[in-house]
Write a protein that binds this ligand. Sequence first.
Ligand SMILES: Nc1ncnc2c1ncn2[C@@H]1O[C@H](COP(=O)(O)OP(=O)(O)O)[C@@H](O)[C@H]1O
Ligand SMILES: [Mg+2]
Length: 301
Amino acid sequence: MIEARGISKFFSVLNEKGLAEGLTAVLNVSLSVRDGAVVSLLGPSGCGKSTFLEILAGLQAPTDGEVRIDGKLVLEPLPSTRKEMEDYKRRYRFISPLANGVFTNRPRHDIAMIFQDYAIFPWMTAMQNIVFALKLRASGHGRSGRAEMAEKARFYLNKVGLAEAENKYPSQLSGGMRQRLALARALSVEPKIILMDEPFAAVDALQREKLQDGLLRLLDDARAGAAPISVVMVSHDVQEAVYLSDEVLVFSPGPGGTVRNRIPVALPRPRARTDPALVEIQERVFAILQYDLNQESMYSI
Ligand SMILES: Nc1ncnc2c1ncn2[C@@H]1O[C@H](COP(=O)(O)OP(=O)(O)O)[C@@H](O)[C@H]1O
Ligand SMILES: [Mg+2]
């Protein structure tokens, strides 16, 4: 269970005059994802989706609010008094507040993240990228052998249609293939939670449908095997978001992104892409986004 309560994030940025100015990236967003559910975040560019996702992952500290996974805080709130700060420093013996997530809670949360820019290592082959992630995960989880890791890497490369590319470097792969490699790497660590930032954006339409269905099968299997995987996904594709999700959150245009609408998608799985009930929800979500776009263009006249 992922629970985010009242998350806000403010940045300090320099304006044209070189003066510091406050920027609200995320404003009072709450979210609850039960085990095995898929939730999508939709909204125009700049409305705070990536920032919110990174806060869920514990990669950024919220300015306000807290994220809990199975009841445990992802990041401890930053101390607000001098006394608390001293205790905090004594406890963690470092300066960076973000590191408390890295060293205390995070390894236990079993989260895999797919970044908008993939974050794969250009100097490693496809296979090495995955084995690297598996090695990181293996420390503290007992030893798994080199051969075992390679086998697992191959299994997930195959799942995303990259079996032939295991010895290629990212520079030798297309954008869509790099995106699939990032997906294979996230799946390979067999996490309980997958956070994805526009994971299928660079993939062509046919491949995208295949990957979506592959992901749904994997989630179904995980649910059947009593080890459900929860997904929070940023998307810019209404059809994809509704087809995959149990709930779609539409952000208002940013900056200052907050959740404008929550649309439940209470349709049984497996779903048919052409199911009229599904299409109807897609049209509703589309109309909401369209409304925001129209408002924006009215302001800019
Ligand atoms: N580290 C940062 N410093 C200052 N502003 C930031 C930072 N990260 C994001 N922003 C700003 O916050 C807003 C939301 O960004 P982002 O979360 O990337 O939006 P989205 O993913 O929805 O496109 C944008 O206006 C962006 O410029
Ligand atoms: Mg983004």
